[in-house]
Design a protein around this ligand. Sequence first.
Ligand SMILES: [Zn+2]
Length: 418
Amino acid sequence: MVDATGERTADVRIEDGVVTAVGPSLHADRTLDADGCVVAPGLVDLHTHLREPGNEEAETIETGARAAALGGFTAVVAMPNTDPPLDDPAVVAAVLAAGAKSLCDVHAAGCLTKGRAGVELAPMGELHALGVRLFTDDGACVESARMMRRALEYARSLPGAVVAQHAEDPSLCAGGHIHEGEWSSRLGIAGRPAVAEASIVARDCLLVALTGTPLHVLHVSTAAAIDLVRDAKGRGLPVTAEVAPHHFTLTDAACAGFDPAFKVHPPLRSADDVAAVQRGLADGTVDAIATDHAPHAVETKERSFEEAPAGMLGLETALALTLTELVAPGVLGLADALALLSWRPAALAGLTDHGGPVAPGRPAHLVVLDPDATWTVDPTRLASRARNTPYAGRTLTGRVRHTLRAGEAVVVDGEPQR
Ligand SMILES: [Zn+2]
């Protein structure tokens, strides 16, 4: 067992959804085999696009939550760029109600501005009253410094609220599809420069210094932005950051075949950026690994690279990519990796039921993972309704054996139970 309190070998007894005992040789009516496995607090994803309401052919709350459970997640934060967007308490309430019936806990991020248009603040207070803690226009960057300042000032009055930014300056990215650099030149595809991310992160850190409100930088992808976050933390500012698995496992060279599966915003970056993201994970600059799970209907991802929508699936591969690409080569220890996937994001989003510790009295949100099992990513076998994974055919090490949500075994031996 691995949690924030350390590593130990033990059985875990669960009754009525709660851990009631942790120790050697416990007995129970029903047992789940965890031989050779690691038991850990369930994973928590700060950045999941569930596409419902409005784009149910790409994903629904039910299918996205099933993909999450298979990936070892017991809680996800659903991003608000749905149609209609999550800027309306009634829409948020409907998402939460549907999530309550699914295979993992579904929390909602609320819009920062109405319609994510960047013009007028969303009713953040009303959304906060429904339990919303993360506010973001994700998918769109809050371009106006004045609007970002107002959002940070307003959020300061809401306990636990965090303003999250998709940091890509639209004026620098307009018309761009991949990282601006060697590959954008070679392929003749317009680029999205690294400075578009760093300039927004720098500006927003200054606004945090002005307002004191916590800022979370979504899917950091560049060396420059990692340096800015490290610097802000060093100055004691309440700035946190997440990175997505594709930004520590893939470079822009993957776009050479014009396969839209590799199109994502912010884009896949240079090898130097990937190395910097990995250093940021190793030295604690990065607070969370978040999937940015972004399902798209099959037809839309079959368009040309320029016309296809940006985004990749992530829920079912995030853990295995972390184990394969970070833990196996020694970039991170197992406990540090699980911290980034579970207890640190849980704390950031205020999800006190999640993230452990695995101890008597705690809700039994758990993942049982086999760190040595190997498997090959087959897009046709994913639980997600979409197929747009950039890892098709890749063999990964580390697999979820069981997932328990409040004591219910929602995944057993790698199979969803409903
Ligand atoms: Zn985003």
